[in-house]
Design a protein around this ligand. Structure first.
Ligand SMILES: Nc1nc2c(c(=O)[nH]1)N[C@@H](CN(C=O)c1ccc(C(=O)N[C@@H](CCC(=O)O)C(=O)O)cc1)CN2
Length: 295
């Protein structure tokens, strides 16, 4: 038996369509249009692609969509001024500063400047605290998308042994909190974890976010485990290729033989990130208008 492929691309398309429908209903009933501002500093090629997709998908959902593209040499103070302007803009309900920022800009200071109620990335310390305390908060988009795919695949996660490999603030830590809130038994593994293969073999759910191509081989997996691969790594181009292939943090071919279900790269977790961003923005807009839960 080989693994079921978890189609994040299709799931994300469905989520985007639901956001677009709710957005149209909100506009028709109240004349309110969700506004998303994305800030990109510098010319990182991958970030340019992601920000372009965010702009396009926000428009397609019926949002007021604004992108601020700033040169790499932008000062931290200028960026903070822009964030303050967006915080005060009543047409903007969600603000996202694309990461990574160029060296020399203090990422934590910038994220701290975003109004927590407009922080559709869920990276502000207030929202991190709310998530840790189980209070309503915007949830970081990638782990939120992973949780949706897990629930779609497994249903109730109660009592499942879940392993998160990676402890970043953007993926690993919020992922562990979300799994805990879903009543899974959660282990976080990282670069200092001893005998990772053994820890992995006990897990019903494995979420991998380490940024190392093919890091988890099929031999580490419990047969039937559900594997969520967050990694997006571009390999060097093979002879005759213009661009290298995209691969995940899981060795797909060997994992496919052992896992019960597995996300592909591309087409797994990645598309969920932008779909969840749209959903977080709509929720932020509804909350700002006192309409949470109404659409
Ligand atoms: N402020 C933020 N910065 C970054 C975030 C984030 O959530 N907030 N996440 C990543 C990048 N990211 C969105 O910003 C992102 C990554 C990947 C994808 C995606 O759809 N990937 C495709 C493949 C795309 C390709 O061909 O290159 C896939 O996996 O199928 C969307 C968004 C870092 N920065």
């Amino acid at each position: 038996m080989t693994a079921q492929l978890i189609d994040g691309k299709a799931f994300a398309a469905g989520l985007r369509a639901r956001v677009a429908q709710r957005t149209a209903a909100l506009r028709d009933a109240h004349g309110v249009v969700p506004g998303l501002a994305v800030v990109l500093v510098g010319e990182d090629p991958a970030s340019q692609v992601y920000v372009g997709s965010k702009e396009r998908e926000a428009r397609a959902a019926g949002f007021h969509s604004v992108v601020h593209r700033l040169p790499a040499g932008t000062s931290e103070e200028a960026l903070l001024d822009l964030v303050a302007t967006l915080n005060a803009d009543p047409l903007i309900h969600g603000i996202l500063v694309q990461l990574p920022l160029p060296a020399g800009i203090d990422e934590n200071r910038v994220l701290l400047a975003i109004d927590p109620d407009k922080d559709v990335d869920g990276f502000h310390p207030v929202n991190v605290g709310r998530l840790a305390l189980g209070q309503p908060a915007p949830v970081p988009c990638t782990p939120r998308g992973c949780l949706m795919l897990l629930k779609e695949t497994l249903g109730d996660l109660t009592g499942r042994e879940a392993l998160v490999i990676g402890r970043s603030a953007i993926v690993g830590k919020p992922m562990a909190l979300l799994l805990l809130a879903a009543n899974a038994t959660v282990t976080i593994a990282h670069s200092r974890t001893r005998d990772l293969a053994e820890v992995c073999r006990r897990a019903d759910i494995v979420v991998v976010a380490v940024g190392r191509p093919g890091f988890v081989p099929g031999a580490w997996l419990k047969p039937g485990a559900v594997v969520i691969d967050v990694g997006i790594n571009r390999l060097p181009p093979a002879p005759g290729e213009a661009k290298g292939r995209l691969v995940g943090d899981v060795d797909f071919d060997s994992a496919f033989q052992v896992a019960g279900a597995l996300t592909p790269v591309p087409g797994g977790v990645g598309p969920m990130t932008i779909a969840c961003l749209l959903d977080n923005t709509l929720e932020a807009c509804l909350a700002a208008k006192g309409l949470a839960g109404a659409f």
